[in-house]
Structures are given as C-alpha cells and as structure tokens.
Design a protein around this ligand. Structure first.
Ligand code: HEC
Ligand code: HEC
Length: 366
C-alpha cells in the first residue's frame, strides 16, 4: 500500500516534470525516504495509518513542529512546553497552563510508545494521533491559535526552518494544511519509542532484577487476597488486570473506574464521549512506562508520589456505582505489608527509561 502510493505519486510527479520542463527547468521531484522503524523485541507491530507512512522527512518536520512555538498565539508555547522530555514528555504540574493563563482540568500524561495506543486522551475522545494533534493548537486553554493562522505562519515562513520546502520534502506539496501539520507531528510522536528500561533489559536477558524488584513484579501479576478468605486469592497486588503486560505497554487500553471518587460531577471521564452513564468515572488505563518520572498521577494529578498511588490501591479505593469489578478489595483493601508495597514500587521503578527521555532525536531542534 505504502509503496504503491509512493510509486503512483512518483509517476505522477515524473509526468509533471516532463510536461512542465519547457519554461523553468525541471520541476522538483518528490522522493521521500521511508523511515526504518525498529519494533523492539517482544513488542507487537505498530498500527500505522495507510495514508500517513513514516518517512525521514516527515519525522524531521514533525519534530520541528512539535517544538515550534510559532504554533501558539503568543509565539511562546510548543507541544514541548507541556510535554517535558525529562519527565517523559508529561507535565509536572497537575494541570497545564495555556498561553492565556487559563488552566485545563486534566493532567498532561507522558507521551511514550503512543504508536501502540488505540485511543487518546484520558477519555479516549480521539481515535488516532492525527486526530488528537488537531486539538491543542486551536484549544483556547492551550496554544490558542486558530488553524488558519497557524497554517499562514508556516506558509509565509522565511526563517531557516523553511517550512514550505520541508512540507514539500515530506508530503510532495507546499500547500500546508492542518491535516499535514498533524500528520507530520504524528509521525514524530510514533517514533518516540521506549524499550530500554531495566525491565526491557531484563526481558532481553541483559540484566537481572533485584529480589525486591522481582518480588514486586510477581505481586503485580498476581491476584489479590488471602486464599483462605478470597477464592483464587494469591496475596498479590492485582494490577495486571488493567495494566496487563501483554504488548509490554502495561495497559489494556480500556476504560475503568479505579475507585478514586464516590461520584463524578468533577469529571465524568469516558461518559463525556459515549453519553452512557455507565461510563461515568471511567478513564483510560495509562501506561506505567516511565511512571516513576511522570508525577503527579491520575487524570487530575491528585497523587504526588507512587507511595500514595500504591496506598490508594492497597486501601481498595472508594466504592461507587461504576467502580470496576477488578477493584474487588474496596472493603478491607489488599492488606499489603510495608515490604510488599516497597517491592511493588521497586518494580515500578524498573519501567524507567532515561535513554528514552534523553534521546537526542526527540529534543528541541530549534
Ligand atoms: C497547554 C498544555 C499542552 C500543550 C501545549 C499540548 N498538550 Fe498534549 N496534552 C495536554 C493535556 C492536559 C492532555 C490530556 C488532556 C485530556 O486527556 O483531556 C494532553 C494529551 C496529549 C496526548 C494524548 C496522550 C494519551 O496517552 O492519550 C497527546 C498525544 C498529546 N497531548 C500530544 C500533544 C501535541 C503533539 C501537542 C502540540 C501540538 C500538545 N500535546 C500540546 C496538555 C498539552
Ligand atoms: C480496575 C483497573 C485497574 C487496576 C486493577 C489497577 N489500575 Fe492503575 N489505573 C487504572 C486507571 C483507569 C487509571 C487512571 C485513573 C484515572 O486517572 O482516573 C490508573 C492509574 C494508575 C497510575 C497512575 C499513572 C499515571 O500516569 O497517572 C498508577 C501508577 C497505577 N495506576 C498503578 C497501578 C498499580 C500499581 C496497580 C496494582 C496495585 C493498579 N494500578 C491497579 C486502572 C487500574
């Protein structure tokens, strides 16, 4: 599919070159280089939309746009202002502040292995990265720049960034559109892959886990509860149901109510998208990759430390009409011993990947 599109476009442009060559010399030929995406060991394939294949030129342009402050009303804010590399491209503030000084109502989550997500935002309202990226630039609480103005700024760019040329190199046209801006940024975000945490290295047989880390991992994977009291209980921490390691992203990509609140007026979550009251209080399970770097936690950034998060689950959480069946220890809690909590946290730290956060290919190129 990818190849044939390129070949067809190549033939088309080749044709243009032939007919157009009598006056101003040969037309420029569009010949993008496919990006050689490496899927890490044990990861599933990445689903890439057929109409936005990765190219070297597209990824390079996407990186420039991700870090482009001219895409905000006051020329001061880029995607990277709220998605900071050192904290795994998350925001260390519970709520982000936009160019107008207005704050949003949700925590900016880490951007990591986004190419494997199946929906975006805490409520899953965007189904593709391309769709997601259309939102922050015109959003009044974020970059607050209408798309028409954003596109004009790029079209009339006379700086060394030379966007018209870069759009041609990436997409074969200088006709810049919101759609192409989001496609380029999506290409960049797809290559932001983390696969070098201690856990990954251990999975590849390159290192060993400490006893505490390994024990924490085993607890993560086991059912909670005392088997004498709870049928099937394994004295575990019961995390795997929702943060399953299948696909190695530590999320099931689904929506759950993990027992944060007794009612949902403040933020109904998934119900805002589906209109279904049964979805109230449900949010997308976040990945746990780099979680030790990306505090504060939960959709509203209510917890500052992993200790608080583990205590939340240990307590069993708050009962409500839509609490998830997997939060089955609402009464009594998981009853983990202090050393077990410490082990669980030690395991969560093995998901930290600073090769990813420090990767020069992701930093501000301007
Ligand atoms: C003002 C701060 C701010 C800016 C600027 C910003 N974001 Fe975000 N981003 C957020 C917040 C807050 C969320 C979560 C919002 C929600 O879920 O409702 C988010 C969510 C996302 C997500 C979804 C991640 C997931 O796991 O679902 C992606 C991807 C993303 N942003 C990419 C970008 C890109 C690309 C840009 C630049 C075009 C950008 N953001 C600009 C604050 C910001
Ligand atoms: C019922 C499904 C479910 C279970 C079981 C579960 N989680 Fe979660 N987890 C979620 C959801 C959903 C969220 C996001 C909730 C929100 O923000 O409203 C979340 C959020 C988190 C966060 C915050 C991540 C961030 O980026 O903000 C951490 C850390 C976490 N869970 C760890 C764990 C651990 C450790 C366990 C086991 C003790 C566990 N979870 C069990 C569904 C679950």
């Amino acid at each position: 599919m990818r190849v044939s599109t390129n070949v067809l476009l190549g033939l088309f442009l080749g044709g243009l070159t032939l007919v157009g060559c009598d006056c101003h010399g040969p037309e420029p030929v569009w010949n993008p280089t496919p990006y050689a995406l490496e899927i890490p060991p044990f990861f599933p394939p990445m689903d890439i939309p057929a109409d936005n294949p990765l190219t070297e030129e597209g990824v390079r342009l996407g990186r420039m746009l991700f870090w482009e402050t001219r895409l905000s009303e006051n020329n001061e804010m880029s995607c990277g202002t709220c998605h900071l590399p050192e904290v795994s491209f998350a925001d260390p503030e519970p709520y982000s502040t936009g160019v107008t000084g207005a704050t949003g109502t949700r925590n900016a989550m880490a951007l990591i292995n986004m190419g494997w997500a199946s929906s975006y935002f805490w409520d899953g309202r965007a189904l593709t990265l391309e769709e997601q990226i259309l939102e922050p630039i015109p959003h009044p609480d974020e970059m607050n720049l209408p798309w028409s103005e954003a596109v004009d700024r790029l079209k009339n760019d006379e700086t060394e960034s030379d966007y018209p040329q870069r759009f041609f190199d990436a997409f074969g046209t200088t006709e810049i559109t919101a759609d192409l801006v989001s496609k380029a940024i999506a290409q960049f975000v797809r290559i932001m892959i983390s696969s070098d945490s201690k856990f990954d290295q251990w999975r590849r047989g390159e290192t060993s886990l400490t006893d505490s880390e390994y024990n924490g991992y085993q607890m993560f994977l086991r059912e909670g509860g005392d088997p004498e009291v709870v049928p099937g209980g394994q004295f575990g921490a019961d995390c795997f149901h929702c943060h399953g390691e299948a696909g190695l992203q530590f999320t099931d990509h689904l929506f759950h109510n993990n027992g944060l609140d007794p009612s949902f007026e403040a933020d109904p979550g998934r119900a805002l998208v589906t209109g279904n009251p049964l979805d109230s209080g449900r949010f997308r399970t976040p990945t746990l990759r780099n979680v030790a770097l990306s505090a504060p936690f939960m959709h509203d950034g209510r917890f500052q430390t992993l200790e608080e998060v583990v205590e939340h689950y240990n307590s069993g959480g708050v009962a409500s009409s839509t609490i998830d069946p997997f939060m089955k220890y609402t009464t009594g809690g998981l009853a983990l011993a202090p050393s077990q909590k410490a082990d669980l946290i030690a395991f969560l730290h093995t998901l930290t990947d600073t090769v990813f956060t420090q990767n020069p290919a992701f930093q501000n190129p301007h």
